[in-house]
Design a protein around this ligand. Structure first.
Ligand SMILES: O=C(O)c1cc(=O)[nH]c(=O)n1[C@@H]1O[C@H](COP(=O)(O)O)[C@@H](O)[C@H]1O
Length: 257
């Protein structure tokens, strides 16, 4: 079964989140919207809570979203010395979120200790998936070379960071859909590719550089797509979510449509 689209809740506070999720909750929308499916097969909607929202609302917002039945990717992109990251991950695990992330640039020791922190904070429970940001989707090949002084291609750099993440015991990486085939060839099909930088054709790219549309991301092998402004900034977010789910292929693999 495909993973549903992850909606990036990039809002300043809970008030805006409540207004946004209201139609989703009211219609009890699931990723197979408008299709009759066996309730057993229904999946929960995934949302991503990032720095802006979490720094404003804190752990209470996570409890609120969990009570509403959402699955949660807590995107705080940890990047610090290993001990600090381990201790922070122990606290994050206690929140009971489904997915968390670090920057692979923190190195293998930091990533291993992130997993240790998550394990120690999830006794008896399944630890959250932990993925590593390889290169932000706002970084261009030109920036990679001129600002970060990385001479390799974007694809090789992403795959190298992904390999370090795999060696450190992580579950996958964040990259753009464009690097997924190379990354999977290096790390294997089972190593997760979570890909932001998703735009519908005609959408403003804003600050994203390495982008693809949902169908393109599917073709390139992404496991999860993360979509923010294309949904949150649209006139009818629920309708746009459904359109993206369809392009992403949810219907295709679960119904006869
Ligand atoms: O880790 C992330 O989620 C992330 C990594 C990355 O390389 N690029 C990236 O855009 N993101 C996040 O994905 C979301 C993309 O939002 P939109 O550009 O509005 O679709 C934002 O919340 C970003 O913080």
């Amino acid at each position: 079964m495909r993973n549903p689209v992850i909606i990036a809740l990039d809002f300043p506070g809970k008030k805006e989140v409540e207004a946004f999720i209201d139609p989703f909750v009211k219609q009890k929308v699931d990723p197979f919207v408008k299709q009759k499916v066996d309730p057993e097969e229904q999946q929960q909607i995934w949302v991503k809570v990032g720095m802006e929202l979490y720094y404003q609302e804190g752990p209470q917002l996570i409890s609120f979203l969990k009570e509403k039945g959402f699955r949660i990717f807590l995107d705080l992109k940890l990047h610090d010395i290993p001990t600090t990251v381990q201790k922070a991950m122990n606290r994050i695990a206690v929140l009971g979120v489904d997915m968390v992330n670090v920057h692979a640039a923190g190195g293998t020791e930091m990533m291993k200790r992130a997993i240790e922190g998550l394990n120690s904070g999830s006794p008896g429970a399944r630890r959250p998936l932990c993925i590593a940001v390889t290169q932000l989707t706002s970084t261009s090949q030109e920036m990679l070379q001129s600002e970060l002084l990385i001479k390799e291609s974007m694809e090789s750099t992403v795959s190298h960071y992904a390999n370090l993440a795999k060696e450190s015991g992580l579950d996958g990486v964040v990259c753009s859909p464009l690097e997924v085939p190379h990354m999977k060839a290096v790390c294997g099909e089972d190593f997760l590719a979570v890909t932001p930088g998703i735009r519908l054709s005609g959408d403003n790219k804003n600050d994203q550089i390495r982008t693809a549309d949902p169908a393109g991301a599917k073709k390139l092998g992404s496991d999860f797509i993360v979509v923010g402004r294309s949904i949150t900034g649209s006139v009818d977010p629920l309708e746009t979510y459904m359109t993206i789910q369809k392009e992403w292929g949810i219907f295709h693999e679960t119904t006869n449509c």
